[in-house]
Ligand binder design. Sequence first.
Ligand code: ADP
Length: 321
Amino acid sequence: MKWFSVVHLLLLAYIIAALTFWWLSLEKQSGIIYNKEKAALTLLVDSADAPKAYAKMHEDVALRRAKRSKQYLGEGLTFLVVILIGSSIVYTTYRFSNQLSRQQHNFMLLVTHELKSPIAAMKLILQTLEKHKLDEDKKKQLLSRCIEESDRLNELCNNILVASKMEGGQYQHELEQCSLTELAQSCYDIYNARYPNRFEAQINANLTVRTDRTLLQMVINNVLENALKYTPMGKPVSISLLQVNNQFLIQIRDLGLGIPDAEKKKVFDKFYRIGNENTRATKGSGLGLYLSKKIMHYLKGDIRLKDNKPQGCIFEISIPS
Ligand code: ADP
């Protein structure tokens, strides 16, 4: 990348130097022509009958020189502007495609890693079940872990699929009359069954809206999944649904470590994860919040992040009523 910027700057400097050189050379040549024409006029002066005619010819020679100077400068500057515009287009296109290919590379690494780990976990569980005679409780425990891993795999595949469809402008939304009360309640029920005693809910009754149910469910699931991942065991996560003026608000609160102000905007960027590979203890792809933001814009709503009290995050999903 750096070498491209250096070569690009060197080429631009060369083009500007070459243009200046050609402009100076042409000016010099124009000066020579002017002097020659003036000298030819001086030879003619004796034979010129009228001083007025001589003055007119002299003026014409000076005018032609001024015209040439303007022409050289005008053409040179136009050429320079065209080159600068062209080179800035090439430069930005190169930078953009470079950034895109780096992102795609990171994405492939992350996705492969994220896809492989639940598959490996499921395989291990199934091999354990196949090889060992286990009591019912242990079997149940392993099977529910297997289901958890397959849910994780399913959610990741859905996120990838919807993100790529939305980015390619191919996503066909399915707007339908949807009971937000039922949707929030069913998300709560599923998570509460999977992680007993970790969730609290406060869901207002009879709230309905015209929206894409599948997309909205994905957003709620992404945020609930994060609240679980980034909150220490034993601390509750709450989900509430309410109406404020002409908006429906779904708020998901956790008592985790929270997100520093400097990171609040960045967590919605594609592939962004706080910390680095060595310090992160949780699994993830950095796609969930990016996709959630994209979906909420698509649904003409929003997703905002606030600080919870005394600690943790509040993710607020707003849907116009
Ligand atoms: P990931 O797959 O990494 O969870 P997300 O896009 O869902 O990707 O989240 C981006 C980052 O935002 C996460 O890596 C995490 O660092 C941070 N984050 C998201 N939700 C929470 C939360 N509830 N509490 C603390 N940090 C969070």
